[in-house]
Structure formats: structure tokens, C-alpha cells
Design a protein around this ligand. Structure first.
Ligand code: DAH
Length: 345
């Protein structure tokens, strides 16, 4: 004969399975009644000790079935309520509403100018070479014909890595010349854009980090005239078709002869007087014929090959182009400043 306590579990199971739940309130009432901390199934557990041993197993299974049935009932109703709610909120979506405006980024003025310069040289066959910012003193100085006692090597001017006398943050992109010439045979025609570092006091006019673009052309019979035409082409692409340039004799350890190139900026405004120091001319870059020692240091025969090189700073050109008066603005990354720049590059 079956134990009368089983009638109680049968009855509860039937109750659970036939519960009518059509509102969220009913669902909550169901949860409290069958799954809450004071649910109606719990008191039955106390009956366990009155159930004869041979029925204990079945009783346990029935109790468990009650709990599972209550959970299933609750979960399936909850799921359909949730689905209905999300469908309702989807139905309320106005698919014709205009989207919120997207916050478009803008390129950094240094990137804009750098990309323009890269583009100008790419058009005449210069390939872009990117190299490391942490250099050794051989590539940065020695290979570039800079004497051991040259002041640029001084800790005052160069950031050396901690506990190192050979590793440093490159002070110019000229180090890329040595990197390229030691691994490639001429003809070489590259530009190397990138960041450089110098131990300078930060002010409106100078910073301890800035960007340069280096250029290098090595082949048979490369002449000073080739260099001048290349740089004239660059100046006209960059500053306008009737830009005039002049080359002034100068000195760099890695070029012989060396020159600095000015572009004629004009003297129309008071600002023109100020930035050209009353001359109308603006210095844009350093250049020259690659010193035979540099070629030799990098394993290129100076009897067979010649080359020209040039290097220019980016920040000053960006400041000229966008009339930025303080170099520090370029490194603070204040979005109110950066947002003002937009261009195809
Ligand atoms: N490295 C020089 C500097 O940082 C710039 C420079 C001058 C690069 C003459 C050159 C060059 O390649 O030929 O001031």
C-alpha cells in the first residue's frame, strides 16, 4: 500500500504543473509560494523522519521532483515574459530616427605634415624606411662620422639608456642611413620619418622629443645638382609652385660638402619678419653629399658610389603651416586643440 504522504506530493506536483501564470505578479506569487524561503514544499521535508525506511528513497525523489518542476515552471514563464519585454522595446524603436552624430577623430598636425612629405618623395621613387628609436652609438654617431669627442654625444645633449654607455634614444633620423646602408646595396633611395630625442629644456620653441624626415640617395654618379633639383621639387610641392630656395654652405659631420636649405617665405606681415628674423628666408633642412667616410663605415665603396642626404624637422613646418606658436601644444594631446585639424592626409 502506498504511503499517504505520497498523495501530498502528487497533489503538490499537480498544483505546480497546473498553476496559472499570466502576469508578472502571478509569476512572483508563484516564486514565493514554491521557491521562496518559506515555500510550501519545505515543511514536507520534516515528514522524512516519519516515513518508513523502505519509502524514504521514493519520498526523496518525489521531493526533488517537486523542486525541479517548480523551477522549470518558473524559468519557462520568466523566459517568455523577458522575450515579450524585449520585443516590446524593439517595437518602440524608431528606425527612421537620425543616428546620434559620431565623434570622428582627426589626424595629428605632425602626422598631417609628415604624410604630406612622405607623399611628395614617394612620387619620385623614395621608399619609406622605418627604424628603431632606441639606437646604439655606432649607428647614431660613429658610422655617421661623428668624432668621439663631439659635443652632441654628451649626456647633456643625448639621452642614454640607464646603465648604458652605448644605447641611446636616437638624436636624429640620420641613424637610419647607417641601418639601411649596412644592409642594402645601392641603388638606395629612401626617406626615413620618425621620432627623435634630445636632452633639451622644454620651451615654446624646443622640446625633448620631435620628428624628422631623413632622405638618402646613393647610386653611381649622384651629384650635388641631383640633390638641388630634388630639394627644389620638394620645396615647390610643399610650399607652392613658385617657391624659391637657396642653399647656404654649412657643416655636418656626415656630409661633405654640407648645406642648409632656406625657402623664401616673404616679408608681408609682422609675423613674417619675426619668424624669418627680418630676412624673408626660412631654414627648412640640412643636406649635403654623403661623406665618403660614412659610405666606407657602412661597407659601400666611395670610389664607386656617391650620394646625397638631407634631414628636416617636422614640428617647425607644422607650426608654420598651421600658425601654431608653441611647440608644447603638439605634445599635450588636448582634444580641443587636436580637433581643429582635418585633411585628406
Ligand atoms: N641630422 C641632422 C640634424 O639632426 C640633419 C641633417 C643634416 C641630416 C644634413 C642629413 C644631412 O642627412 O645631410 O640636425
Amino acid at each position: 500500500m502506498s504511503n499517504p504522504i505520497f498523495d501530498r506530493t502528487d497533489q503538490l506536483l499537480a498544483e505546480i504543473k497546473s498553476a496559472s501564470i499570466s502576469t508578472l505578479e502571478e509569476l512572483e506569487a508563484f516564486r514565493i509560494k514554491y521557491l521562496g524561503s518559506k515555500n510550501v514544499i519545505k515543511p514536507l521535508f520534516a515528514e522524512m523522519r516519519n516515513v518508513p525506511n523502505e519509502d524514504k528513497k521514493e519520498f526523496g525523489q518525489r521531493m526533488n521532483a517537486l523542486k525541479v518542476a517548480a523551477e522549470e515552471m518558473f524559468n519557462s514563464h520568466k523566459q517568455s515574459f523577458d522575450q515579450a519585454a524585449s520585443k516590446a522595446s524593439f517595437d518602440q524603436l524608431d528606425l527612421t530616427a537620425p543616428p546620434a552624430s559620431r565623434n570622428k577623430g582627426s589626424r595629428h598636425p605632425v602626422s598631417l605634415v609628415m604624410n604630406r612629405i612622405i607623399h611628395i618623395f614617394e612620387k619620385i621613387g623614395f621608399a619609406v624606411e622605418e627604424e628603431r628609436e632606441i639606437e646604439d652609438d655606432w649607428h647614431n654617431f660613429t658610422a655617421m662620422n661623428t668624432p668621439e669627442d663631439h659635443p652632441a654625444r654628451d649626456m647633456q645633449d643625448t639621452f642614454y639608456l640607464k646603465n648604458s654607455v652605448t644605447n641611446l634614444l636616437r638624436t636624429h633620423t640620420s641613424s637610419v642611413q647607417a641601418r639601411v646602408m649596412t644592409k642594402t646595396k645601392p641603388p638606395i633611395r629612401i626617406i626615413a620619418p620618425g621620432r627623435v630625442y634630445r636632452n633639451e629644456t622644454i620651451s615654446a620653441r624646443s622640446h625633448c622629443q620631435f620628428h624628422q624626415v631623413e632622405g638618402l640617395y646613393v647610386d653611381k654618379n649622384v651629384s650635388f645638382a641631383d640633390m638641388k633639383q630634388t630639394l627644389l621639387y620638394f620645396a615647390r610641392e610643399m610650399y607652392g609652385a613658385d617657391t624659391r630656395i637657396r642653399l647656404r654652405p654649412s657643416y655636418f659631420p656626415f656630409t661633405e660638402p654640407s648645406a642648409e636649405m632656406d625657402v623664401y617665405w616673404g616679408l608681408e606681415s609682422e609675423a613674417d619678419y619675426r619668424i624669418t628674423k627680418g630676412t624673408g628666408w626660412l631654414e627648412i633642412l640640412g643636406c649635403g653629399m654623403v661623406d665618403p667616410n660614412v659610405l666606407k663605415n657602412c661597407g659601400i665603396d666611395p670610389e664607386e658610389y656617391t650620394g646625397f642626404a638631407f634631414g628636416m624637422g617636422i614640428e617647425r613646418q607644422a607650426m608654420l603651416q598651421y600658425k601654431i606658436e608653441d611647440i608644447r601644444l603638439l605634445f599635450e594631446n588636448d582634444v580641443r586643440f587636436l580637433r581643429q585639424f582635418n585633411s585628406a592626409y
